[in-house]
Write a protein that binds this ligand. Structure first.
Ligand code: FES
Length: 563
């Protein structure tokens, strides 16, 4: 491979003759990398979000060694570097608050470093989308590799996935889970490194990366820590070298077609609602407009094909055994544009495969697992710019519902009052939580899955209509309306709702309405006090520039159309 044929994008430090190049190569020589090789071979960065503060990504340090092997065997030089890492369970007020920071970190490290291409090692929910956003903006060849799902746990002699946790938390709140059981739950919650082991946000985004052509076909569902994932690491490293040699930059694969395919696949797997935000943000990075009408059309055309938790009954390993994403893409080929590139940089139709004989989890378009419309993109007087409900995880009888609002202003208010005996609430009430949107949260914390009051739980109520400008975990279920836009903090109608106001949800009509006279709302709006936030540092930047949920909560100045 001659030096001239390598697409050096900002990599002059590795191949020039000036003093800067001499110093750069000389210093790398001190790390055992011969200068003569650096000048002739593609230099592949490995952006690693491994962190002891992020257990889901705990396997990435080992995985990086396999990526390096693949890079070296393909004739490249691997250079691993760290970026920040965002753990869903650890970061407060919200991991989403730091997604754009990781995206900026990733973009700037790729752009500023003398590397020709990069492998992105991510996993826990926000890490993969942040890395893809940053790499898409940086413009150098990249490929991503996810941590993979962690092993199943065991609880009460049965297999347990992370979504089984939510009803147990309700039990504990209601006093029906004693201390020994609580301690046992903590001990068995996680059986190893890797991301949440259902079709939550992390795995949905790994699937999205695969469909976008940003990861190798068949990669998303391979278990964390398995020999197959180690082999995948080597293959991914080799593919990064191939991308550099062929000049495969992000605009080759993150296209309007690929984004539409990805959204369609999210619908077909009953994927995480968070994926919609991340896809909109990624689309904004490459100058593609994903409007609500387009998303509605795709959702309305796409039935549920994967019977996988939390929308369905089966496990990720069942979907993997059925053939994973390549089989899913094959099963829904007539709904997709398979001329879009896969992670091999070849058209996707070369990588689809038939499902295994008698699949247990994956259905065909002729006999789907559920009807179209798994993701309901709502709008109406309560959500002029949109809101989202995962219809495949909702209670059908609540999908057409009118009930009186019970309003909570922020998480502290919710925690303080939800289980008090004087809370005026009944089974048909509509729980409203506000002040938890992109600015208000900040970062749209995953609190949209409001707890049902223990008093109602004890009466046998298992679901209620819940509405907020927050997000919810991709592993949660229920009739939960999320991402109400504009958020209350930005002056959306959610800020005007009062206890007792009737709210109407109609999922078939894709409507969410506040049934209050417009004149009353204008009067309430006139009296509304605006909140004052005094922030500094990243918080200040965030508040000034974060976009609303319908634009994926990216920063305005990071979108392709900025300036
Ligand atoms: Fe990290 Fe779910 S908490 S993937």
């Amino acid at each position: 491979m001659s030096q001239e044929r390598i697409q050096r994008i900002g990599g002059e430090l590795m191949s020039g003759d000036g003093p800067d190049a001499l110093i750069a190569r000389g210093l790398l020589r001190g790390s055992g990398i011969p200068s003569e090789l650096i000048g002739r071979r593609p230099v592949i960065g490995i952006a690693n979000t491994w962190s002891e503060l992020n257990p889901c990504n705990g396997g990435l340090r080992d995985l990086a060694t396999h990526v390096k092997t693949g890079v070296i065997e393909a004739g490249g030089i691997p250079l691993e570097f760290p970026t920040i890492s965002i753990a869903e369970a650890f970061i407060r007020p919200s991991s989403m608050y730091l997604r754009n920071l990781l995206a900026m970190d990733t973009e700037e490290m790729i752009s500023s470093s003398p590397i020709d291409g990069v492998v992105l090692l991510g996993g826990c929910d926000k890490t993969l989308p942040a890395q893809i956003m940053g790499a898409a903006s940086a413009g150098k060849p990249f490929i991503s590799l996810a941590a993979g799902p962690r092993p199943l746990s065991r609880w009460n002699d049965g297999e347990m996935t992370i979504d089984d946790l939510w009803p147990l938390l309700d039990k504990r709140r209601g006093g029906h889970l004693d201390d020994p059981a609580w301690a046992e739950l903590e001990a068995c919650l996680s059986c190893g490194v890797g991301t949440c082991n259902v079709m939550g946000t992390a795995i949905t985004m790994a699937v999205v990366a695969e469909v976008l052509g940003a990861a190798l076909p068949g990669s998303a569902l391979i278990p964390a820590g398995s020999p197959a994932r180690a082999a995948l690491g080597e293959a991914t490293g080799a593919q990064a070298v191939a991308h550099v040699r062929r000049g495969v930059t992000p605009n080759h694969f993150i296209t309007a077609t690929a984004l539409a395919n990805a959204f369609r696949v999210v619908c077909a797997i009953g994927g995480s609602t968070n994926a919609v935000l991340h896809l909109q943000a990624i689309a904004g990075r490459v100058g593609v407009d994903v409007g609500i009408d387009e998303l509605r059309r795709i959702s309305a055309e796409t039935p549920l094909l994967a019977d996988v938790k939390p929308s369905g009954r089966m496990f990720l390993h069942d979907l993997h055994a059925d053939g994973g994403v390549p089989a899913l893409m094959g099963a829904m080929a007539s709904l997709l544009d398979l001329s879009a590139s896969s992670g091999t940089s070849r058209p996707w139709h070369e990588s689809t495969r038939p499902p295994r004989k008698s699949p247990t989890c994956l259905a065909s378009l002729d006999a789907p697992k559920g009807p179209p419309g798994t993701l309901a993109l709502l709008s109406g007087s309560l959500a002029p710019r949109g809101a989202l409900l995962k219809a495949s995880a909702a209670t059908p009888r609540l999908c057409r519902h009118v009930g009186p609002a019970v309003v909570f202003d922020g998480v502290e208010d919710l925690r303080a009052r939800i289980d008090t005996s004087d809370l005026q609430i009944r089974a048909d009430s509509v729980l409203v939580l506000r002040g938890v949107g992109p600015m208000g949260g900040p970062g749209m914390p995953e609190v949209g899955h409001l707890p049902i009051p223990t008093r109602l739980l004890d009466e046998g109520v298992t679901d209620m209509v819940r509405i907020s400008d927050a997000r919810m975990s991709g592993t949660a279920t229920g009739t939960v309306v999320l991402h109400v836009s504009p958020e209350s903090e930005a002056g959306g109608p959610l800020a005007l709702v009062r206890d007792g106001d009737p709210i109407a949800l109609d999922v078939d009509a894709l409507r969410l309405d506040l049934l209050v006279d417009e004149r009353d709302l204008r009067e309430r709006s006139r009296r509304r006090a605006t909140s004052q936030h005094h922030t500094r540092g990243y918080g200040h930047l965030y508040r000034q520039h974060v976009l609303q949920a319908d634009q994926g909560c990216d920063f305005d100045f990071l979108r392709a159309d900025h300036g």
